[in-house]
Design a protein around this ligand. Structure first.
Ligand SMILES: [Ca+2]
Ligand SMILES: [Ca+2]
Ligand SMILES: [Ca+2]
Length: 492
């Protein structure tokens, strides 16, 4: 059998529950991703991260990122993206698979638009200097030695619908810390890391991903370069190839460029970048700077952010719609500030970003619009039965290094007080009654991971059938009794 929509994992403590500290949470907790960092980001003292290469982080907790591997053959080679390994940097990037939950801009405004009975979320990064509103998780991070610039946060969109049991895991009025910078290798103990762009869909192309069949063979990469590279501060010529600005517009860090992977026999290549939307079409000035970008190629919509200079489009989240067949009769380009229609508040403010704060990385999620054949959505449909105080985060993911993959359960947030406690582990298949896969799993604080047999009964005993849909993430809520559970699922 194939997994279809609903598969969730339950972990149930049978002993008296003890408080544990849990930081990482939300719909993209432990999710695989790729991102960029700046030149001043170090993984250990004296060990700079290869800032000129894209970084990849596998699914799971406490996994340092590493430079993305070159890919041979016809598959898109992300290590060869034209803006990597250059003397200049991209500061915004998207592989075009985002879903933008927004109405088309009208009169300079675009509203959150989540489908009925659906949910959407924004994964994002902020600059080192961004404090967040007092009391927010961002503010907490700002005060910590590792800071806030290398963290991945998430924000669940107002209007999202969850099963009642899971709703407390995904508050819609505040940011959540999804992946703390030390846990992804962006803190050397002294200087704070800085993540400069973020994408959750590139991992779908990586070896062994069950989601590979559902992303295009010839993807389009959208990106922006830094203003300081297009306009060097010492007045020297632009570091970016002039030919990339093929529409005749001046070079600008506020222009969105694009390049497409062309498959070839025994190999392939990225096309010479060209202008997708120039700064003028976006209502920006030549010396503005787009520093975060999430693109839906299918919707002809993008969410972007600019460097906050206090003027122009100072609000940190803007939506742009461009000509896209009959779906956009006007055919022109419209830009609007991203707002919550019920409060008219700019969405960035709901995400706890202060007025002069800086979003510098974006990727968006909407599982109901990301149907992936028999696997259901990229991000599954959270489900649950009861609301409990959340203390743990967990994820089950496929080991993509294994020939015949195994499923690994990873739990985060286990305090020493949990040592020796017994876990019951359940899996929900399509929302039916939980199937117990572990009866008495003894918790150890040194190794909070377990490997679940690949062809286990709960997967129908069919490795071939199950392999397509083995990867998912879960947020686990400890429960006082059997059957309480929860989760956001995720393929990669
Ligand atoms: Ca950042
Ligand atoms: Ca830029
Ligand atoms: Ca920004």
């Amino acid at each position: 059998m194939h997994f279809t929509r609903l598969t969730a994992l339950a972990v149930v403590f049978t002993a008296a529950s003890t408080q544990a500290v849990q930081l990482n949470e939300g719909p993209v907790v432990a999710a695989p991703c790729v991102f960029g960092v700046d030149e001043t980001t170090f993984s250990a003292p004296g060990v700079p991260i290869g800032a000129k290469r894209m970084q990849r982080k596998r699914a799971g907790f406490d996994l340092p990122a590493f430079p993305i591997e070159p890919i041979t053959g016809a598959e898109p080679d992300f290590d060869e993206l034209p803006f990597l390994n250059q003397v200049f940097f991209a500061d915004a990037f998207s592989i075009g698979q985002d879903v933008i939950n927004a109405t088309p801009p009208n009169s300079g405004v675009s509203f959150i638009d989540v489908p009925p009975m659906g949910w959407g979320a924004i994964a994002f990064s902020v600059s080192r200097a961004t404090k967040g509103e007092p009391g927010s998780v961002m503010f907490d991070q700002y005060l910590k030695p590792d800071g806030t610039g290398g963290d991945i946060y998430s924000f669940t969109l107002p209007g999202s619908t969850f099963a009642s049991g899971v709703a407390p895991c995904y508050p819609t009025d505040t940011a959540q810390l999804a992946q703390d910078s030390p846990s992804i290798g962006l803190f050397d103990g002294t200087s704070q890391g800085e993540m400069t762009y973020l994408d959750l869909y590139v991992p779908a192309y990586m070896a062994g991903s069950p989601a590979r069949d559902f992303v295009p063979d010839q993807p389009v990469a959208f990106f922006s370069v830094r203003d300081e590279d297009a306009h060097p501060r010492d007045g020297s010529p632009s570091l970016v190839p002039a030919g990339w600005f093929d529409d005749g517009s001046p070079q600008s860090g506020a222009t969105i460029l694009m390049t497409r992977w062309i498959m070839g026999v025994g190999g392939g290549f990225w096309t010479t970048p060209k202008v997708h939307l120039n700064y003028d079409e976006l209502g920006l000035q030549e010396d503005d700077d787009i520093d975060a970008l999430a693109v839906s190629q299918a919707q002809c919509l993008a969410l972007f952010s600019i460097v906050n200079t206090g003027g122009g489009l100072a609000e940190q989240l803007q939506v742009v719609k461009w000509g896209c067949g009959s779906a956009w009769a006007g055919g022109g380009v419209e830009v609007g500030e991203y707002r919550d229609q019920s409060t008219m508040e700019p969405v960035a403010r709901s995400m706890d970003i202060e007025a002069d704060g800086e979003i510098d990385g974006l990727c968006t999620i909407d599982p109901s619009d990301q149907e992936l054949g028999s696997c259901g959505p990229y991000y599954g449909w959270p489900t649950g039965k009861s609301a409990f105080k959340k203390e743990l985060a967990a994820q089950v993911y496929r080991d993509d290094a294994a020939t015949l993959p195994t499923a690994t359960l990873v739990i985060d947030g286990i305090s020493p007080a949990y040592a020796g406690k017994r876990l019951h582990v359940y899996v929900l298949v399509n929302g039916f009654a939980p199937i117990k896969v572990y009866d008495e799993l003894i918790v150890t604080t040194t190794d909070p991971t377990r490997t679940i047999p690949f062809a286990s009964p709960f997967l129908g005993g069919s490795p071939g059938g199950a392999s397509l849909c083995m990867d998912f993430a879960a947020v686990i809520v400890p429960a006082p009794k059997v059957g309480a559970v929860i989760s956001g699922l995720r393929l990669y």
